[in-house]
Design a binder for this molecule. Structure first.
Ligand SMILES: [Zn+2]
Length: 92
């Protein structure tokens, strides 16, 4: 994952974004949110911010093993602006 797709700015280099935290899966109860392992090798739901761009907060659903981004959404109040962009891992 060398690039991330911002809904406002388009595809941008990963250096423009800052990772914030890994999120619990949707529908998880309070126990799971605290105790369940959320950083799985094949699926991760994370908050990122486009700090060197529009500063939007993004919810990124990705596969950490191969760097594939399955979905990028705006956080809080902008759920309608969902975009799906594949970003394949480029080992270069
Ligand atoms: Zn942006």
């Amino acid at each position: 994952m060398n690039r991330l797709y911002c809904p406002f700015c388009g595809p941008r280099e990963l250096e423009e974004f800052r990772f914030h935290k890994t999120l619990a899966e949707p529908g998880a109860d309070a126990y799971e949110e605290v105790y369940a392992r959320i950083n799985r090798p094949t699926m991760s739901l994370e908050h990122w911010q486009h700090v060197h761009g529009c500063r939007a907060w993004l919810r990124v659903h990705r596969n950490p093993s191969d760097g594939t981004v399955r979905e990028v959404r705006l956080v809080a109040g902008s759920d309608e602006a969902s975009l799906s962009k594949d970003s394949t891992h480029d080992p270069a």
